[in-house]
Design a protein around this ligand. Structure first.
Ligand code: ZN
Length: 257
């Protein structure tokens, strides 16, 4: 099933990480709410603000953010403005780091070079990281100029290549969880998965229902965590526990226990 506001990639290989700014919404949650409105024909895979990354749509679909560039792109949207001066961007350091974490993961998963492309390189169909404006200039298509001429690409690409732990308390603040356990931690996990990965409920016996937020780690939670593990590339994950690797990935995706 193709989620509303997106379309099939029609077999196109993912070769671009595309960066956008929301030009209005100042939190990822409010951007998500806006995109959910009927009649809004725009979408991004990830929505990034100063505190979290929202998985808005799965990478498998082409989001609607960059005209004929959609099929080849994975797209992230910062809750910023193209008019921001460099100093304003640098004041949103956590936002830059969270976005860089998303870009790093995409570059690794899809074999995309973690380099900033020039408009000419975009025009020549190179693979790399770029802004919507680079598409506009390189392909001579559309008018959008986000994320703006002051976006600190040097800092952002540096963060993409640096790696290192995400900002904040770190994933060790999230308890490990196991099949058969009943706890508040499991209930928080279930609520998080429903909020951020609602499409995974198709793994359940009754695909129309969300994961029940009972706090019990049973077969349904196992199925959803297994789908998550597969998505983030945890080899051999069977969904029956949240170990160190899965915990780290959940943290990267905004789960805070
Ligand atoms: Zn854009």
């Amino acid at each position: 099933m193709i989620p509303r506001g997106s379309e099939s990639r029609a077999g196109t290989r993912i070769s671009l990480v595309s960066v956008h700014t929301a030009e209005g919404a100042t939190t990822a949650a409010s951007l998500e709410h806006y995109l959910d409105q009927p009649g809004v024909e725009a979408s991004y895979h990830r929505l990034v603000d100063d505190t979290q990354v929202i998985h808005y749509l799965p990478d498998e679909v082409a989001c609607w953010a960059m005209l004929s560039g959609n099929h080849r792109s994975v797209q992230l949207c910062f809750t910023g403005f193209a008019a921001w001066p460099r100093a304003e961007w640098l004041a949103h350091d956590t936002m830059l780091r969270l976005g860089a974490g998303v870009a790093r993961e995409w570059c690794a998963r899809y074999g995309i070079p973690a380099v900033k492309l020039t408009p000419a390189q975009v025009g020549a169909n190179a693979s790399g990281v770029m802004g919507h404006w680079d598409w506009t200039l390189g392909k001579k298509e559309g008018t959008h100029t986000d994320p703006g001429g002051n976006f600190p690409w040097d800092v952002f690409i540096g963060y993409v290549n640096l790696g290192g732990p995400p900002p904040g308390d770190g994933p060790s603040g999230i308890p490990l969880m196991n099949y058969g356990e009943t706890s508040d931690a499991v209930r928080h996990l279930q609520a998080f998965m429903n909020r951020r990965f609602h499409s995974y409920s198709h793994m359940l016996n009754n695909p129309d229902q969300p994961l029940l937020e009972t706090g019990y780690y049973g077969d349904s939670t196992t199925a959803v965590i297994k789908a998550f593990q597969r998505r983030v590339g945890i080899i051999g994950g069977d969904g029956r526990n949240v170990g160190v690797q899965t915990r780290a990935k959940l943290f990267e995706h905004g789960f805070r226990g």
